[in-house]
Structure formats: structure tokens, C-alpha cells
Ligand binder design. Structure first.
Ligand SMILES: *Cc1c(COP(=O)(O)O)cnc(C)c1O
Length: 398
């Protein structure tokens, strides 16, 4: 292993006494991000004003930062661009892919997909009308359901609730053989596990930056379009910054060059500044090292919890090849148990109806934190420490 995880830990500013197992939902703050955002506010926005678009390189940021993410997901240079939220990017990728396969009308997805992805697909299908349909099957049934009427297979690689991982290379090959295009959502993959978009022949991919890439709340999403599709993929959301020449102010839309046509409107410069600083972390990290360390932490946690907490039922596959970077357990009182854990400084989260979710990020979590988290969880379970009214009152965000 060549990655120095003691060094990566020092990059983050985590509060004293907190064991943070929720980097899969919101990555913690890298110290450099705070300094970089302060610089972008006072020196760039404050002093350059409108000149910042040229002088500080703001206009190039979505593509420049996208290239840095491309490296982390095995994508070709010039194939990733930043902007908007993930839900918007799902819509864009799906709309382009559907249009590229005009003789078919079915979007195939699975019931483990994140609801927003399914909602966006449903909204697109309603707008298109004309027999378009969204079909969902159980995650285990996806492969068998790839039939001759499927236009686009739309999947999230790692299930947000259970951590179950699809076999990307196999499903792409199967879909292509059946004449379908594939849109991958990498929300729980980018920065968490090795991804090989180019090697595996992906068509479109999207993902967020505020989870494992640590860009902060509301950080922009990314979209990947395979180089072979870039000249034909028509952006359904045709905004001025995706135009070939935005500052010609033509009344007619002409898609821009390459993946930049997927830009829509003004990019979030302050969030991109935070992300740009956060991406420096990866300069010293080997993705294969990260994967091995993450699996070791997960296995340690699973063994500890199963040994001490027989009431918690593992929801994550045991097979390494079939999981991402999180471990989930089921319990009918999962919400209250998670609140009790958070009260004691172990931060994970809860996903309805009964999932306790723990993300393992070796960049700042080690074996000592895992052992301490198991110890605290064991005590809460043994003493029913969760059985208090204040732990049962549901907050707006779970
Ligand atoms: C986190 C997540 C989202 C969130 O989308 P936003 O538009 O950024 O709020 C969408 N899809 C998946 C699979 C996610 O995990």
C-alpha cells in the first residue's frame, strides 16, 4: 500500500470526539476548502468583481474541475463537466440517451434506485408522452430484464440503502449487446470505489461531489458523456452556457463542443472553489488502496456488531465484490438507535423504513474509530439506551 492514510486524515477538520461515519451523505470539511473559499470570496469576488470570469478562470472551472474528477472515475480527459444538482444531471443524461435510441421507449431501472432518479425519469416520460415508460424491477432481476424494448438502462451503481453494488462492466456489456444505452449514477461510487468508465465502455454517467468528494453542502454534480457520443448527444436542457458561443448571443441554440454542451447556466463558483481544494486530497491516494482499506474497516465493523448486537440484521451483502463503501443494518427502532448514537458522537444516518447506515472512508476513519463505534453501539443496544422519547422525535432530515 502506497497511500498514507495518516496524512489524509490530517487534511480534514473534524470536531473533537466525533466519529464520522456519514461521509457517504455529506463529506467532512477539508481544511484547505475553508481557506480556498475565503480566498475566492475576498480576493476573487471581492477585488476582481465581474473580471473574475476571465481573470480568475471562473468560466473554465466546470471543465477544469470535471477533468480532475474524470481521473477518479476512469474517464477520458475532456469527458466530464460540473454543474447543477445530481437530479438535473440524471434528467439530462437520460434525455440524451433516450433520444439516441429513438426506436425504443422503455427506461429500465431498479427498485433500489434513489427515488429522485426515478422521479426524474417519471417526469421525463410524462413530458415525452408517446408511449415512453419507466420500468423498475428488483436489483437482482436487472440483468434478466434487459430485453429488446429497452432504450436505456438507468442504474445507481451502489444502492444508497443497502450498499449493494451492481457489476458495471457486466451490465454494460449485456445492455450494449441488447441494443440499449446505459446511464450510471455514481453518487455512492465516485471517491469511494474504483470506477472504470472508459475501460468498461460506459455511455453516460452522473454523480455528486458533496458525498465522497467532500465539496460541502450543495456542491455541484458532474456528468460524463463518452467521447464517441459527445457530438450526437443533444442536451435537453439547452442553456446558454452549453451553447457553442454563449457570448455571441444568437437567438438559435447550437450545442457546444464536447461534454461542455451539458452545461446549463452560471456555475456555482464558490462551491467549485471548495471542491477544487477538496480534490487535492486525491493526489496522494491510490484508489485500490482506498478500496482495500475501506473493505477492511467494513469487515471489522460487521464482525464487531454481529458479535455484540444480535438484534441488528445486516442489510449489506457479505461478498466484497457486491458492496460499496457503506454498511447497513436493519432494526425496527433504527431511527431512535441512530439518534442515540449521534448523541454519543457516532454520526451515521437513518434511511426509512428501518436502515441504520454507516459510511467507511479510510481518508479519515481508522480501526480505532471502528472499534469505538462498535463499543458505543453495543452499549446502546444492551442498555436500550435508544428507548427515550427525545430519540424518537423525527427531524426533517434523517
Ligand atoms: C444523493 C443522491 C442524489 C441527490 O441528488 P441531488 O439532486 O444532488 O439532491 C441523487 N441520486 C442518488 C443516487 C443519490 O445518492
Amino acid at each position: 500500500m502506497t497511500t498514507d492514510f495518516a496524512a489524509t486524515r490530517a487534511i480534514f477538520d473534524l470536531p473533537e470526539g466525533v466519529i464520522y461515519l456519514d461521509g457517504n451523505s455529506l463529506g467532512p470539511m477539508p481544511r484547505a476548502a475553508a481557506a480556498r473559499v475565503a480566498h475566492a470570496v475576498t480576493e476573487e469576488w471581492g477585488k476582481l468583481l465581474i473580471r473574475g470570469w476571465n481573470a480568475a478562470g471562473w468560466m473554465e472551472m466546470p471543465a477544469r474541475v470535471g477533468d480532475r474528477i474524470a481521473r477518479l472515475v476512469g474517464a477520458e480527459p475532456g469527458s466530464v463537466v460540473m454543474g447543477d444538482t445530481l437530479s438535473i444531471k440524471v434528467y439530462q443524461a437520460l434525455a440524451s440517451a433516450l433520444e439516441m435510441n429513438p426506436s425504443r421507449k422503455v427506461i429500465l431501472s431498479d427498485t433500489g434506485n434513489f427515488p429522485s432518479d426515478l422521479y426524474m425519469a417519471d417526469g421525463l416520460v410524462r413530458t415525452l408522452g408517446e408511449g415512453y415508460a419507466l420500468r423498475t424491477v428488483a436489483p437482482e432481476e436487472v440483468e434478466a430484464a434487459i430485453g429488446p424494448d429497452v432504450a436505456v438502462l438507468m442504474l445507481t451503481e451502489v444502492d444508497y440503502r443497502t450498499g449493494r453494488k451492481h457489476d458495471m462492466a457486466k451490465l454494460i456489456a449485456k445492455a450494449h449487446a441488447a441494443g440499449a444505452l446505459v446511464v450510471w449514477d455514481l453518487a455512492h461510487s465516485a471517491g469511494a470505489i474504483p470506477v472504470h468508465l472508459a475501460r468498461d465502455g460506459a455511455d453516460f454517467a452522473v454523480g455528486c461531489s458533496y458525498k465522497y468528494l467532500n465539496s460541502g453542502p450543495g456542491g455541484p454534480a458532474f456528468i460524463y458523456v463518452a467521447p464517441r457520443h459527445q457530438a450526437v448527444a443533444r442536451p435537453a436542457l439547452s442553456g446558454w452556457l452549453g451553447h457553442e458561443a454563449p457570448f455571441a448571443f444568437d437567438l438559435d441554440y447550437r450545442p457546444g463542443h464536447g461534454v461542455e454542451r451539458m452545461r446549463v447556466g452560471t456555475p456555482p463558483i464558490l462551491q467549485l472553489a471548495a471542491l477544487d481544494a477538496a480534490l487535492d486530497i486525491w493526489d496522494g491516494v491510490e484508489m485500490e488502496d482506498l478500496r482495500a482499506a475501506s473493505l477492511a474497516l467494513q469487515d471489522r465493523f460487521i464482525a464487531g456488531v454481529e458479535d455484540a448486537c444480535p438484534d441488528l440484521v445486516l442489510a449489506t451483502p457479505r461478498d466484497h465484490a457486491m458492496r460499496g463503501s457503506q454498511v447497513s443494518f436493519r432494526h425496527a427502532e433504527g431511527y431512535a438507535i441512530m439518534q442515540a448514537l449521534i448523541h454519543e458522537g457516532v454520526i451515521g444516518d437513518f434511511r426509512a423504513p428501518d436502515i441504520l447506515r454507516f459510511g467507511f472512508t479510510p481518508l479519515y476513519i481508522g480501526a480505532a474509530e471502528v472499534d469505538r463505534a462498535v463499543e458505543i453501539l453495543s452499549r446502546i443496544m444492551a442498555t436500550r439506551g435508544w428507548d427515550r422519547p427525545e430519540f424518537k422525535a423525527r427531524a426533517r432530515v434523517t
